[in-house]
Design a protein around this ligand. Structure first.
Ligand SMILES: [Fe+2]
Length: 289
């Protein structure tokens, strides 16, 4: 039976797995794994995953099935993914609302879609296709981006990012994995109100959240690195978001410069305190996992 993820989760990375599994901190409610790290792999990777599954609910988050791609889907990979998700028993799977290949060439990056009605329609179609291929609830994640959209250059023909996400949700019954750090990074780089973004997302469609740390360049540009601790403004925005959506599971992502476990756990504890406080008075019920 699938265990429901609750509260604060931690991105499960092989680099910290040994000590994390040994100590199995009580405060961590669930873990998230990238299927790409395990599909076609055995040995210690599978052993770590098995041990994690014995201890926590495990949720999957993909890096390679970009939901805005217009190239034909990779049916063979989707079949492998479906089998992996079934083995893990994940309650849902998420991928990014972006594109990552053109003309059959993989770009190895998560590139933003144009925020247009046409792109929303294409992405919704791809979401439905991937969802039926993997046979589990599917969510898309809002990404960070660095090239301005037409609306950010004064051209009113496109959509704002939050409206674009809402348009995709309107066209499919998929859910959204709301990355609060990505909302904040984009809002600072492109000058919009991050709380107004959150307000535009229907709370009942949010199935999971992400928080992470980012890097601020000397010229002020913020880069989504997952390589430092969560900043104060993102903690505040998480508090605001939880009050909007209710008790939706929140994941701390840390992929670079991974600190000692104590530091990660201190961040999880702080997130948990925010979570408990904000969801005690949540105005709206969250989506049931
Ligand atoms: Fe994320």
């Amino acid at each position: 039976m699938t265990k429901a993820p609750r509260g604060i989760g931690l991105g499960f990375r092989v680099g910290m797995a040994e000590r994390f599994l040994e100590e199995a901190p009580e405060i961590v409610g669930w873990v998230e794994v990238h299927p790409e790290n395990y599909i076609g792999r055995g040995g210690r990777y599978r052993d770590y995953l098995k041990r994690a599954m014995e201890r926590w609910p495990v949720v999957t988050h993909g890096l390679s099935t970009c939901l805005g791609d217009t190239d034909p889907s990779d049916a063979e990979y989707l079949a492998q993914l479906r089998s992996f998700l079934g083995d893990v028993g994940t309650p849902w799977h998420s991928e990014h609302l972006c594109f990552g290949s053109v003309g059959g060439a993989a770009l190895h990056d998560l590139l933003p879609l144009p925020f247009t009605e046409e792109a929303a329609t294409l992405a919704a179609r791809r979401l439905d296709e991937v969802r039926s291929a993997v046979d589990v609830e599917l969510a898309f994640e809002n990404v960070s981006y660095y090239a301005p959209q037409p609306t950010e250059m004064g051209d009113e023909s496109g959509l704002e990012e939050a409206t674009f996400c809402a348009e995709v949700l309107e066209r499919t019954d998929a859910k959204i994995l709301l990355d609060v750090n990505n909302v904040y990074v984009n809002s600072q780089n492109f000058g919009f109100d991050p709380r107004a973004f959150i307000d535009r997302i229907p709370p009942e469609r949010v199935i999971q959240m992400h928080v992470a740390g980012h890097f601020v360049r000397d010229d002020g540009l913020r880069i989504d690195t997952h390589g430092s601790s969560v900043c104060e403004d993102v903690y505040d925005l998480l508090d605001y978001t939880l009050r909007h959506v209710g008790p939706v599971p929140v994941l701390l992502e840390r992929d670079n410069d991974i600190p000692p476990l104590e530091e990660l756990i201190a961040e999880v504890e702080r997130l948990d305190a925010i979570y408990q406080r904000a969801t005690a008075e949540a105005p709206r019920a969250a989506v049931a996992p």
